[in-house]
Design a protein around this ligand. Structure first.
Ligand SMILES: Cc1cc2nc3c(=O)[nH]c(=O)nc-3n(C[C@H](O)[C@H](O)[C@H](O)COP(=O)(O)OP(=O)(O)OC[C@H]3O[C@@H](n4cnc5c(N)ncnc54)[C@H](O)[C@@H]3O)c2cc1C
Length: 200
């Protein structure tokens, strides 16, 4: 069901000797949010394992095949629409429980190794085609750059850390600064993975 935590679903797959979702371990998400965003990590996305998605719109249930869901890089047809994802069906491979647990551990450790720990909203920008937002921000010399209470992580440049009570406007201004700098330096316009709520 859409309200289940993604990690809970992944633990459930391990208990039931089903593999496929291990790379998504520790993405902070509900199943519904992960489906809508087509969450992914380490080259794998949740949509790869989905067969159908059930939604509610205007009080009526709808069922969509995977092909009808409009999945793309961090998007689906449900993003920004007044349609609530209620549940999703997955097709997973049968395998040894130990193998699933080992996969979960490996990717969770890798996540801890490459991503910062602390107050942040995850990856700020989508990766442009054939490149990585973090690499471009790093190459622009912005690692550690601070604006108000918001700071570009030293560990991974696509993360903005709230180390000192940053306001939403600190984070927003820093995002604009990064976009301007990367555009001036490399002629590439980064686009946000994060969504803005409220007025900026
Ligand atoms: C530290 C950190 C690390 C992260 N790492 C990753 C990562 O590796 N990969 C990745 O893809 N993302 C990552 N994210 C981003 C985030 O976890 C994903 O975008 C996730 O899919 C959001 O799920 P959520 O349930 O919190 O949804 P929300 O953030 O609450 O919502 C996301 C969007 O989906 C909509 N939505 C949510 N639930 C439903 C529903 N049931 N029906 C209809 N619309 C709905 C919301 O309105 C919103 O537009 C990370 C975030 C953080 C903070």
């Amino acid at each position: 069901m859409a309200g289940a935590r993604l990690n809970k679903l992944i633990d459930f797959t391990a208990k039931n000797r089903l593999c496929g979702l291990e790379k998504l371990r520790d993405i902070p998400a509900t199943v519904g949010g992960a489906v809508v965003m087509n969450a992914g990590a380490f080259g794998s996305t949740i949509s790869e394992h989905i067969t159908t998605v059930c939604t509610m719109k205007n009080g009526k249930l709808h069922s969509y095949s995977k092909e009808e869901c409009g999945f793309g890089y961090r998007k689906s047809r449900f993003l920004g629409k007044k349609e609530v994802v209620v549940s999703a069906d997955f097709r997973l491979e049968s395998c040894e429980k130990e193998m699933v647990i080992a996969g979960i551990r490996t990717y969770a450790e890798e996540r801890r190794r490459i991503q910062p720990y602390g107050k942040c909203c995850g990856s700020v920008f989508k990766n442009p085609l054939n490149d990585h937002a973090g690499r471009l921000i790093d190459a622009a010399g912005l690692k550690g750059y601070t604006l108000g209470g918001a700071c570009i992580s030293d560990k991974h440049a696509n993360f903005i850390m709230n180390n000192k009570n940053a306001s939403a406007s600190d984070v927003y201004s820093l995002i604009q600064y990064i976009k301007d700098t990367v555009r001036d330096r490399f002629g590439i316009t980064l686009s946000e993975e994060v969504e803005y709520l409220g007025e900026f």
